[in-house]
Design a protein around this ligand. Structure first.
Ligand code: PLP
Length: 400
């Protein structure tokens, strides 16, 4: 099997398997117990938390372990109370569905959030409340000049704005200018969450550098196991739990922690540099593949004009439906994905491509290739040959 679906999930790294097994061998492990075995479990969790804080520039932040990236996103956008929520149209469905009554920001043709539109929405949120108290005459006020009362908004005591925009898109790989967006949102006194689930392991992710207040990650997207993710929150951000009934994870996620999976999560984070070291090599392979495909037929690569994750490519095979392609590739022993089908197994029109203004018939011919750290040029050459054969056969059939 040639696996070109690494945005759906990745192979568990050997170091992760070892860490998971080691934790299991030390069972029983309940980190809430005060006895020695409980303390050993707590230590495993604390170690993983410390690694996450270090690697993601999140020193001093609260790190809440969740059951998945989906849950981390739900916690972030539905946990804030009394906030007006603004999300982009290309968010993962775990943000879109959780952010009820959210304002949806349009994106440009290349998949980037329209910053002028975001500014307009932020302006309109503040105009209802008597203007933006964080700026005067169009200039952002220095922290010391801001009205003191506004600080309470950051603690969730008043109506304020939460903006949730993903760092990188799962279908197209398009990378949003989160640092710039965070500065803009903060200049309006709002808070910002970013879904960094796809970015981790492909580009460097540093919470302090990005300047975001909340950030979601998921272990299985970079060599960890499924069943564990995290919401990282800047100290001082107040949210409400979705799951109650226990004091675990600062009472924000009740339920005994998945100690073994968290041990693996820590190991995946510890070994993340291996992925980043290969990112340039992977990008060269991805670009080579796109060039070869475009030399066969005028396939369209979505988000091509924007900064993209090095491993991701979403492109069309003119005249051939995605589901036909996915099945044909599978028969040839190649795992690829069609748009947003990764969560449901069913093929639905991609809301991401539609938000980018792609007409439905064209969007329905797109597949996503997402390379991993072990893919080779030999594999890519084979993929291109299968792609060419499939395209030729399908078009002969269409012509007949
Ligand atoms: N956010 C993005 C951008 C994703 O691509 C995914 C999964 O594909 C998720 C969130 C959900 O992560 P998980 O599979 O851990 O629930």
């Amino acid at each position: 099997m040639m696996y070109l679906d690494n945005n759906a999930t990745t192979a568990i790294k050997p170091q992760v398997k070892k860490a998971v097994l080691e934790a299991m061998e030390h069972s029983p492990l309940n980190p809430s117990s005060v006895h020695a075995s409980g303390r050993a479990a707590r230590k495993i969790i604390d170690n993983a938390r410390a690694k996450i804080a270090e690697v993601f520039g999140a020193g001093g932040a609260d790190i809440i372990f969740t059951g998945s990236g989906t849950e981390a996103n739900n916690l972030a956008v539905s946990g804030v109370k009394g906030y007006e929520v603004i999300v982009s149209a290309t968010e993962h469905s775990s943000v879109l569905k959780a952010a009820k009554n959210a304002r949806i920001l349009p994106v440009e043709e290349n998949g980037l959030v329209n910053l002028a539109e975001l500014k307009k929405v932020l302006d309109s949120c503040h105009s209802r409340e008597g203007g933006n108290p964080y700026s005067r005459d169009g200039e952002v006020l220095a922290v010391e000049d801001r009205p003191v009362a506004m600080d309470s908004r950051l603690r969730g005591n008043d109506t304020s704005v939460l903006v949730s925009i993903m760092l990188a898109n799962n279908e197209t790989g398009v990378i949003q200018p989160i640092k710039e967006i965070a500065a803009l949102v903060h200049s309006y006194g709002g808070i910002i969450h970013t879904d960094a689930v796809q970015a981790v392991g492909k580009i460097s992710v540093d919470m302090a550098d990005l300047g975001v207040d909340m950030l979601s990650i998921s272990a299985h997207k970079f060599g960890g196991s499924q069943g564990v993710g995290a919401l990282i929150m800047r100290k001082g951000i107040t949210i409400s739990p979705m799951i109650v009934g226990g004091g675990q994870e600062l009472s924000l996620r009740a339920g005994t922690e998945n100690v073994a999976a968290i041990a693996g999560f820590g190991s995946a984070v510890e070994n993340l540099q291996e992925n980043l070291d290969k990112a340039e090599e992977i990008k060269i392979l991805r670009d080579y593949m796109e060039e070869r495909i475009k030399s066969i037929v005028s396939a369209r690569v979505f988000g091509e004009g924007a900064a993209r994750l090095p491993n991701t490519s979403c492109f069309t095979m003119p005249g051939v439906k995605s589901e036909v392609q996915v099945i044909e590739f599978d028969l040839a022993g190649i795992a690829v994905s069609s748009g947003s089908a990764c969560s449901s197994g069913k093929v639905a029109a991609s809301h991401v491509l539609q938000a980018m203004g792609v007409a439905k018939p064209e969007a329905e011919t797109a597949i996503r290739i997402s390379l991993g750290i072990n893919n080779t040029k030999v594999e890519i050459d084979k993929f291109i040959e299968v792609w060419r054969g499939l395209y030729n056969r399908a078009n002969q059939r269409n012509a007949a």
